[in-house]
Design a protein around this ligand. Structure first.
Ligand code: SAM
Length: 280
């Protein structure tokens, strides 16, 4: 039999030789999933022995990971803001930057709590669901153009007991939306079409619809900036996640006759990643 520490080390070595990012983190995450324990538990009890069945499952998952499949797709779930979400190849795997989008939004909203919230491009539903937990009294709507994504989002909302609080709507952005909101948030597709093929195999496992922002990556963001004023209440806040180096172009979409001055906020990596802008 092998200890937790030895198995993690073995996994890390194999992942390193295959050029997988963050090999130690992935090796720990796989074993944490197999043993149904947290990563701190693995570190605290790293001399405990791992059973044969668990070691076999660890190696099976590791083999899939070595082929370049995202771990979330292999195990069918991932964590976002401390909650577990189902994911499948039809939705984007929620990213840490989007957790930052939410925490930065809280700072921007300050004491003006929104009563009505729209999550555009909801995917797994992680943003809408997190906001439903944060704003207990708000009515939350969540939109996606993909019926498969909406199915996953609804399943996640049911699993987390907030399905009754969120109105899931199939819509091409605002097409089927007839209301106005205090707060609109979106992590839209923002990668330029011809860049997608150059991304890592893991990113290319994501649905194209979740990534593809058209020729310059800005097609959906531009549409949101044009259509959002019809669906935001006066002084309502729009929060957007954007791609690297897009900020200078994106701020120009928000004209001074309709919008207050946009604010660009950097993510933990120092990249200009979020735009916050209030309607006049
Ligand atoms: C980058 S993913 C974001 C998913 C999720 N909000 C997150 O942050 O993990 C973008 C999502 O937008 C959806 N989408 C793409 N084009 C759309 C459109 N025109 N209208 C509505 N949703 C769209 C995709 O299906 C995908 O689920």
């Amino acid at each position: 039999m092998i200890t937790i520490a030895q198995l993690i080390e073995e996994g890390t070595k194999k992942l390193t030789s295959a050029g997988i990012d963050e090999p130690d983190v992935h090796s720990e995450l796989i074993l944490a999933f197999v043993l149904n324990q947290s990563r701190p538990y693995l570190r605290a009890f790293n001399q405990n022995l791992v059973g044969d069945k668990e070691e076999k499952l660890f190696n099976t998952i590791l083999e899939e990971k070595l082929k370049g499949r995202p771990l979330a797709h292999i195990i069918g779930s991932c964590e976002f803001m401390g909650r577990i979400y189902n994911v499948s190849p039809t939705v984007l795997i929620p990213r840490p930057e989007t957790e930052e989008l939410i925490s930065e939004s809280l700072k921007q909203l300050k004491m003006r709590l929104p009563n009505t919230i729209l999550d555009l491009c909801t995917g797994s539903g992680c943003v809408a669901i997190s906001l439903a937990f944060l704003f207990h009294h708000a009515q939350v709507s969540a939109v996606d153009i993909s019926p498969e994504a909406l199915d996953t989002a609804l399943t996640n909302a049911r699993n987390l007991n907030v399905a009754k609080r969120i109105n899931f709507i199939k819509s091409d952005l605002f097409e089927n939306i007839d209301k106005s909101f205090d707060f609109i948030i979106s992590n839209p597709p923002y990668i330029a079409s011809d860049v997608i093929e150059t991304l890592s195999p893991e990113v290319r496992c994501e649905p194209r619809l979740a990534l593809d922002g058209g020729k310059d990556g800005l097609a959906i963001i531009k549409r949101i900036s044009k259509e959002a004023p019809n669906h935001l209440n006066p002084n309502g806040l729009l929060a957007l996640e954007i791609g690297c180096a897009q900020a200078p172009k994106v701020v120009k979409f928000f004209k001074a006759d309709t919008w207050q001055t946009p604010q660009v906020v950097k993510d933990f990596a120092g990249i200009e990643r979020f735009i916050f802008v209030r309607k006049k």
